[in-house]
Design a protein around this ligand. Structure first.
Ligand code: 2RA
Length: 336
C-alpha cells in the first residue's frame, strides 16, 4: 500500500502525518507532495525523515494507491487527473468536488457505502462543521426522520489554517501588551471578538460556510431536511463548537436520544450538568471523537431537541475523517 499526502506542509497535511502514525495505518510507503515553496521540507514519520516533493504534472502518482489531498480547491481541480489517471483513489479535503453528482461525499459513521460510487476515483471529504454535526444527527434521524435543523457554530481560528492560529496567537499577545492588533487573515481583530462571517456572502445573505452545512448534510444523509446555519469565528485555538436544534417527525425523549448517542461509534457523551460536565473545545482538542452534551427538549416545540456538539475540526473535521474513509475502503476490499 503506497499512500501520498498532497499539501503535506499545511495544518491538515501535518495532521495526516500524525493520524496515519497514531492509527498505524497499513502502508508500505508514504510520499509527501507540496508546492514549490514547501518542496524540500522534511517531516518525521515513524522515526524516519520524509522530504516533500514538488507537486507536478507527470507520472509521480503511478504507483500510489491512495492520495490524501489538502492543498485547496484550485490545486485539487488542477491536479485531479494527474493524481487519479493511473488508478490512485483521491480522498480530497477541499471543496472542489463536494457537490459533483459523480463524487461521493463521505462521513464513515454516516454513509460509508457511498464510497463505492467512484466513477472518477475521487471521494470528497466534507467541510469540518458539517462532519461533526452529521455524526450527531445520524442516530437521531435513525430514531425519527429529521425535518429541520437550526445550528449556530463557534468555529476555532485554526479552521482558517496555520495562518489563522498564528494570527490569533499574535493578536492575543498584542492585546495583552496594549498594542494594536495585526489583522491579515480575518476580516477583523479576532482576539476578544466574535466574527459572524466565514467564507463569502451569497445571494441569499447566508455565507458559503453556512450553505455548506445545508448542501452537504443533504448529500451525506440522503435527506431533504433543510439546515439553517449561522457560522461564527471565535477566539478559540482549536475544535469547533455547535449549538444545534433538531425537529423530528415524531417526538423523541431525551433518554431515547441519549441512549442512541451513547451507542454511536465516534460519538462521546459528556452530559452531567449538575456536575458542570459538558464538552468544551479546550478539552476536545486533539481527540478523535465528536462530543455531545447539554441535551434537552426544546421548550418551543414538542418535536424538537437541542444539544451542544464539539469536535476537533483538524482531526475528525478533516484528516481523521479522510483516513477513516481510506481504512473503510481497505476493509471493504475497494483498494487492492
Ligand atoms: C473554517 N470550515 O473553519 C472552515 C475550514 N474548512 O474556516
Amino acid at each position: 500500500m503506497k499512500v501520498a499526502i498532497v499539501g503535506a506542509s499545511g495544518a491538515v497535511g501535518q495532521e495526516f502525518l500524525r493520524v496515519l502514525e497514531e492509527r498505524n495505518f497499513p502502508l508500505d510507503e508514504l510520499v509527501l507532495f507540496g508546492s514549490a515553496r514547501s518542496a524540500g521540507n522534511e517531516y518525521a514519520f515513524k522515526g524516519k525523515k520524509l522530504k516533500v516533493k514538488e507537486l507536478k504534472h507527470g507520472d509521480d502518482f503511478k504507483d500510489i494507491d491512495i492520495a490524501l489531498t489538502s492543498a485547496g480547491a484550485g490545486i485539487s481541480k488542477e491536479f485531479a487527473t494527474t493524481i487519479t489517471k493511473h488508478g490512485a483513489i483521491m480522498i480530497d479535503n477541499s471543496s472542489a468536488f463536494r457537490y459533483d453528482d459523480d463524487v461521493p461525499l463521505v462521513v464513515p459513521e454516516v454513509n460509508p457505502e457511498d464510497s463505492k460510487i467512484r466513477s472518477r476515483n475521487i471521494i470528497a471529504n466534507p467541510n469540518c462543521s458539517t462532519i461533526q454535526m452529521v455524526v450527531a444527527l445520524k442516530p437521531i434521524n435513525d430514531l425519527s426522520k429529521i425535518k429541520r435543523v437550526r445550528v449556530a457554530t463557534y468555529q476555532a481560528a485554526s479552521g482558517a489554517g496555520a495562518q489563522g492560529i498564528a494570527e490569533l496567537e499574535q493578536q492575543m499577545k498584542e492585546v495583552a501588551e496594549g498594542k494594536e492588533a495585526t489583522v491579515n487573515k480575518f476580516q477583523y481583530q479576532l482576539a476578544g471578538n466574535l466574527i459572524p462571517h466565514i467564507d463569502v456572502f451569497l445571494e441569499n445573505d447566508y455565507t458559503k460556510e453556512e450553505m455548506k452545512m445545508n448542501w452537504e448534510t443533504k448529500k451525506i444523509m440522503h435527506t431533504n431536511a433543510e439546515v439553517s446555519a449561522t457560522c461564527v469565528r471565535v477566539p478559540v485555538a482549536r475544535a469547533h463548537s455547535e449549538a444545534i436544534w433538531v425537529e423530528t417527525e415524531k417526538p423523541l425523549s431525551v433518554d431515547q436520544v441519549k441512549d442512541a448517542f451513547v451507542a454511536t461509534e465516534g460519538l462521546s457523551v459528556i452530559d452531567t450538568p449538575a456536575e458542570n460536565q459538558y464538552p468544551m473545545p479546550l478539552f476536545v482538542s486533539g481527540k478523535d471523537d465528536v462530543y455531545v452534551g447539554r441535551l434537552r427538549k426544546d421548550i418551543t416545540d414538542p418535536n424538537s431537541l437541542t444539544f451542544w456538539c464539539v469536535g476537533d475540526q483538524i482531526k475528525k473535521g478533516a484528516a481523521l475523517n479522510a483516513v477513516q474513509i481510506a481504512e473503510w475502503l481497505i476493509k471493504a476490499g475497494e483498494v487492492k
